[in-house]
Design a binder for this molecule. Sequence first.
Ligand code: HEM
Length: 419
Amino acid sequence: MSGAAKREYKNGFVRWVEYRLPIFSAADAIVGRDYPSPKNLNYLWNLGSILGLALVIQIITGIFLAFYYIPTAEQAFNSVEHIMRNVNNGWLLRYVHANGASLFFAAVYIHMIRAHYYGSYKAPRELLWLIGLAIFALMMATAFMGYVLPWGQMSFWAATVITNLFTAIPLIGDSVTIWLWGGFSVDTPTLQRFYSLHYLFPFIIAGLVMMHIWALHTHGSSNPLGIEVKGPQDTIPFHPYYTAKDLVGFGVFLLILAFFVFYQPVYFSHPDQFKPADPLVTPPNIVPEWYFLPFYAILRSIPDKLLGVVGFVSSILVLFFLPYLDTSKVRSAKYRPVFRQFFFIFLADVVILGFVGANPPEGAWLVIGRLASAYYFIHFLVILPLVGWFERTKPLPESISTPVLGDAGGGAAKPEPAE
Ligand code: HEM
């Protein structure tokens, strides 16, 4: 830990509060302003703070949208149109919230892929990864329910398709689904419970994020070399070095968000979302938002409904076992030549699954979807354990400073360029 609890506060008001309620030292202990960070973190380590920013943006814009949104089947679509046309800057709030959700997922995927490439989830950071996955699961639920709220055609049919999956549960499936719906079909009661939970979950996510950061600061960040910090020569204080670098990340994220909001605001939307929900007209191809497509492809690649759901749930559950399935003692892919090849094949597989999810499950797409789904599981359950056992890894540098300073860094390993 940072040892920040002993900090002397200069500000009189802060000292006054701290003496009565040591909230600042508690925050310092978790957030860790003085947190000694590895000095070789690359830009992929910016994604964590970007995700924090994205969460705050979603919560603030969401609260303002909630002033005007009406969660009933009759009024939901029109209330969103009212926000877009009549409410001052309502269009801006809505476009930031909707595009913000897409970029939030883009950022979380890069964050997770970074963790896989650099083996960030390995001991002692397994719990950090598991808390991250809990956040991810809640993000998926939140985004799914949020997509239903505007009550467009795709909202209604996505809600119908996904809630119908619960009917696949043996014996109690039908009762569970009716209980979820709050009636005998997706309707106002369903919309109202989705709205309630869509508002609640981001705050649970915020609580989990604090635990995530707490776990992170307990053992410190990993780094691109995947070796532990050996002493003060390997670290720099988080502030001002990484606060400044994180601000650069914020700038890039906000620029990308602004590009979509102002130039391509409906780029991620489906045309059917511009039509009000119609329970009597089923769209020819019901597709979720892009960030669900790989999982949706796995769901549809199995012909049996129950097994499809099992495949879909397992595709997320398997991630919880990743710290144990990846058996290599070496963390970073930089020193794992064989793993690195499989890592990129896996990435390609997920992209292929994304394309499969966007297309109707027939013909070649069905075959490709089945192969790609099978490979997804093979990667985790077969390739990772085997590669971990048999791979000949490259020699690790003595310390983080060694590759830069050579022998001057006190290490015996050959100098090697830093990431
Ligand atoms: C709202 C969502 C999230 C927020 C705000 C968040 C925040 C952060 C922050 C600030 C860091 C430190 C900076 C960095 O390493 O990038 C971090 C690290 C990490 N996060 Fe997340 N995170 C989120 C979601 C996730 C998810 C979904 C996962 C994985 C399933 C995850 C896994 C990790 C891991 C393994 C690290 C340690 C990286 C290392 O030190 O090598 N996080 N997170």
